[in-house]
Design a protein around this ligand. Structure first.
Ligand code: ZN
Length: 501
């Protein structure tokens, strides 16, 4: 290893360790922290984050980076060494392009706007939130200008979450999804065969749910000696090292399935982080390469595995043993039908596989219009409802069930939504490729043999950490660029059979 690279790694390692500690503080805040510690914790995290920012954006980082770039000019551009420098350069440019005054203003406004959003949603009063949202989009436009872009300000924003992806890429993906999805939703809602999922309701003691979901994610391959699962108001995954990746779950005493699928989802994220190579620990190459690729892992386990008929056959006896009431009366087909019921609904996070991406499309279209000024904030509720009717055939009765439902825009996460759809599409593209290598995939799932599946994902995705851009990684893993084809084919096959279309 070159001296310059060695120096850069030694300079970055403690900064990355501090970021891990910051993540641990945030995990604690959302799981264990006593309520009155809020102010102290906010101060602790602000202090730590300002130290991290100062160290990372220091002239020392710039000097070491420049030294590495010239020292490694002739190195294989796909080597770990060259890629580490490239990833650090990207991170450094992003951290330094936005002036400190704008960073501060954004942070302050995010906190305020979040508070206002919580109240507006509770009161079901969009006009309370409108001024804060207007300012958020104005500040975000400034941020996009600072970051720079080639064609559309959205390019600069999505690049923060899905490096290398542009506005035009997302438009192209949605154009190939939109007509087929709208038609499928319509066909299903007009189908004669419909399913009832009330058979999934019951009384499920939270403690037992915790044990059960933990056993399931462990069976998939989530390593609990390097992770843990705790109850929290929102399910999330948080990693501080490849050897400490934690998930949280929210338990509904009457619906076990909520916690079960959320656990499969978060365990999918966690196994990606746990799969980071040891050699990448405390370097910029550790972790997942983008939010979309991360979401492909969670969606793979949640949907491609968890919502399959094979999985229902495997899990049913375990469900019946742990919760005889209500599962003793169900067979695997009834379970499969109930968990795959398609029903246009107002709330994105509760949407089924068929309607989910239409919720994302709606948000993507509206946020680009709000960003480029073709839609004014005051017109947002109407625009939202018109699109809901057009895509899903339903109109929200109020804004709390409409444009006020998501936390993202209030927190400044603009350009983030498409990563959910990218993840869904990629999960199906990975499944399609995996089926060539593991033709007996369904049998393995039915027998609870998940190790070869995790091994495949490890070999084709996890092992690369952040080394490759998502677009490069998708080609490496599946032999072709991301497209809507495999996802549509998966949905058509599955739901045409389920609904006898
Ligand atoms: Zn996720």
């Amino acid at each position: 290893m070159s001296d310059a690279l060695d120096q850069l790694k030694r300079h970055l390692a403690p900064i990355i360790r501090l970021q891990q500690i910051d993540g641990l503080l945030s995990w604690d805040q959302q799981t264990m922290m006593p309520p009155k510690a809020t102010t102290a914790r906010a101060e602790q995290m602000a202090a730590l984050e300002s130290i991290i920012h100062e160290l990372f954006t220091s002239t020392k980082t710039a000097e070491l980076l420049a030294k590495c770039e010239s020292a490694l000019a002739d190195t294989d551009p796909n080597s770990d060494e060259a890629r580490l420098v490239r990833v650090t350069r990207r991170d450094y440019d992003k951290e330094t392009k936005i002036p400190a005054t704008l960073v501060e203003e954004l942070a302050r406004h995010q906190a305020i706007s979040h508070e206002v959003w919580v109240e507006a949603r509770r009161e079901n009063n969009f006009s309370l939130f409108a001024p804060a949202l207007e300012k958020m989009f104005a500040l975000t436009r400034q941020k996009a200008e600072c970051l720079g872009y080639q064609h559309h300000p959205y390019d600069a924003l999505i690049d923060l979450y899905e490096p290398g992806t542009t506005y035009a890429d997302v438009v192209a993906l949605f154009n190939s999804l939109k007509p087929a999805l709208i038609a499928l939703v319509k066909n299903i809602s007009e189908a004669e065969r419909q399913f009832d999922d009330s058979c999934l309701q019951g009384d499920f003691a939270v403690e037992k749910q915790h044990t059960f979901t933990q056993e399931v994610v462990q069976a998939l391959g989530y390593d609990l000696t390097r992770g843990r699962q705790d109850p929290a108001p929102h399910p999330f995954c948080s990693g501080f090292s490849r050897d400490d990746v934690r998930i949280t779950t929210r338990f509904d005493p009457h619906l076990l399935m909520k916690a079960l699928f959320a656990s499969l989802h978060e365990a999918g994220h966690a196994m990606y982080e746990q799969g980071t190579p040891e050699a990448y620990e405390a370097t910029p190459l550790a972790g997942g390469t983008s939010l979309g690729v991360h979401e492909s892992q969670s969606r793979f386990w949640e949907n491609m595995v968890g919502r399959s008929y094979a999985f229902c056959k495997w899990i049913l006896p375990h469900l019946q043993k742990a919760f005889p009431d209500p599962f003793a009366h169900l067979n695997a087909l009834e379970l499969y039908q109930a968990i795959n019921r398609v029903q246009p609904s107002f709330i994105r996070v509760e949407a089924d596989e068929v309607t989910y991406n239409l919720h994302i499309l709606l948000r993507f279209e509206l946020e680009t219009q709000l960003l480029d000024g073709t839609l004014s904030v005051t017109d947002l509720p109407d625009a939202w409802n018109v699109k809901m009717q057009e895509y899903l055939g339903i109109t929200p009765p109020n804004d709390a069930l409409g444009c006020l439902q998501d936390i993202h825009w209030a927190g400044g996460l603009i350009g983030y939504f498409p990563t959910y759809t990218i993840g869904n599409l990629l999960s199906a593209q990975l499944r399609e490729t995996m089926l060539h290598d593991i033709p007996n995939l369904e049998t393995l799932i039915e027998q609870g043999e998940f190790a070869p599946i995790l091994q495949w994902l490890h070999q084709h995705i996890h092992v690369y950490g952040r080394k490759f851009l998502p677009q490069e990684l998708v080609i490496l893993a599946t032999g072709k660029p991301l497209s809507a084809g495999p996802y549509l084919a998966y949905l058509q096959t599955k739901f045409k059979e389920l609904y006898a279309l």
